[in-house]
Write a protein that binds this ligand. Structure first.
Ligand code: PMP
Length: 428
């Protein structure tokens, strides 16, 4: 029989070192919020394939829809022979996205591709080159999206130069003593020093920083950005790739602020485990490029479109938006309880929106010094006890929760009990 150790050795010999794997185990099968490795060990999955599985592993409706599509055709390229599922998914995205205006959509395959295309569309629609992004933001690993990503290690290290006409503003941060007012002032300063406002096409940000540590954008910042964009004719882009499709208790996390962005990028939990992504936004903006200017061989794959339509239907029919909100409250209370009893002065911050939650580990409360080593230890003890966790944050000292919203209360509590034990292990 295969072992995790033997496969790890083959992996090291055959796979480029730059592709990291958080868990040194190999998947055999998975169901909803549980996964079994090739040695038969069972895990509870709080990582959800990096926020892809809000509807769980192999949601029965998603699997059924994908299989039905596979039995008809799997690929024609929408640019050669189009098909209905691409249109149906675009219609659904247009309907779900916030904003009281006509919308259109583009489907691609990965999140980075969605962001690349949102920027292309914004440039074509405005005739302007500039893009403004935020510190600690994550938008992908292609060269344009790396330019937008606001974190050097490990993403941007050694692979520059990055595209020009990208500017950065500090994201509000309690740790770094940056207020919303500071961020807005920095943006206004940027307009004076580097970025001519009428040469800026778009401002892009995540509604909740994902890789950057699950910090929600304060409502006042969304409102200020909307006003600044309107004043200068700049398009506002919400990158909902990690926060969208119910993770925060609404279809899109920006909805919590009441602000309607001009463009939204989507991927991950949109299709419950199939590779598909997209851009949805103002119809006239989305129509800026001439036919042939957008697309790609695989964009909007029919099997992935069918899976996405089924995943969206499952979120609707199973009440997963409300489930996310309720789950967020349960998890918050449980984290606070663990923090108080098991790890006094170690769990510094519990934050997020809905079930998009993270906790930060520090050496002590007084200095709130990030403790990445302790965080790593919690994650590895959790894995040894049967819980898959993923870290995040600029200082690598946060653990984020991306558990399927379809997980039962019993599984969630089983996972939280393991988390609690793992924290105790890391202290011992
Ligand atoms: N934007 C955000 C907010 C993301 O979280 C990610 C992926 N973690 C991306 C973009 C890039 O998506 P992909 O990995 O599918 O290219």
């Amino acid at each position: 029989a295969q072992t995790n150790a033997a496969l790890w050795a083959r992996r090291e010999a055959a796979v480029a070192r730059g592709v990291a794997s958080a868990a040194p185990i190999f998947a055999d099968r998975a169901e909803n919020a549980e996964l079994w490795d090739i040695e038969g060990n069972r895990y509870i999955d709080f990582a959800g394939g990096i926020a892809v599985l809000n509807t769980g592993h192999r949601h029965p409706k998603v699997v059924e829809a994908a299989k039905a599509q596979e039995d008809r055709f799997t690929h024609t390229s929408f640019q050669v022979v189009p098909y209905e599922p691409y249109i149906a998914l675009s219609e659904k995205l247009n309907e779900l996205a916030p904003g009281d205006f006509a919308k259109k959509s583009l489907l691609v395959t990965t999140g980075a591709e969605a962001v690349e295309n949102a920027v292309k569309i914004a440039r074509a629609a405005t005739g302007r080159p500039g893009v403004i992004a935020f510190s600690a933001g994550y938008h992908g690993r292609t060269l344009l999206t790396l330019g937008l990503t606001g974190k050097v290690n490990p993403y941007k290290k050694d692979v520059g130069p990055f595209p020009t006409d990208i500017f950065r503003v500090p994201f509000p941060s309690v740790r770094d003593d940056i207020t919303v007012q500071d961020s807005i002032r920095a943006l206004e300063m940027l307009f004076l020093t580097d970025a001519q406002p009428d040469r800026v096409a778009a401002i892009i940000l995540e509604p909740v920083l994902g890789e950057g540590g699950y910090h929600p954008v304060p409502t006042e910042l969304w409102q200020a950005l909307r006003a600044i964009c309107d004043k200068h004719g700049i398009l506002l882009i919400s990158d909902e790739i990690q926060a969208g499709f119910g993770r925060t208790g609404t279809w899109f996390a920006v909805e919590h602020s009441g602000v309607a962005p001009d463009l939204i990028t989507v991927a991950k939990s949109m299709a419950g485990g199939y590779p598909i992504a997209g851009v949805v936004g103002r119809a006239e903006v989305m129509d800026a490029l001439a036919p042939g200017g957008l697309g790609g061989t695989y964009g909007g794959n029919p099997v992935a479109c069918a899976a996405a339509l089924a995943a969206i239907e499952a979120i609707e029919s199973e009440g997963l938006l409300a489930r996310s909100t309720a789950l967020g409250e349960t998890l918050r209370a449980r984290f606070a309880d663990i923090g108080a009893r098991v790890a006094p002065y170690r769990m510094w911050d519990i934050r997020g929106l809905g079930a998009m939650l993270a906790v930060e580990f520090v050496t002590d409360f007084d200095t709130a010094t990030p403790d990445a080593a302790f965080t790593k230890s919690v994650i590895s003890h959790a894995l040894a006890r049967g819980l898959i966790l993923l870290g995040c944050g600029m200082h690598g000292n946060a653990v984020r929760i991306m558990v399927p919203l379809t997980a039962s209360d019993a599984i969630i509590e089983e996972g939280m009990a393991i988390f609690e034990a793992a924290v105790a292990d890391a202290i011992a």
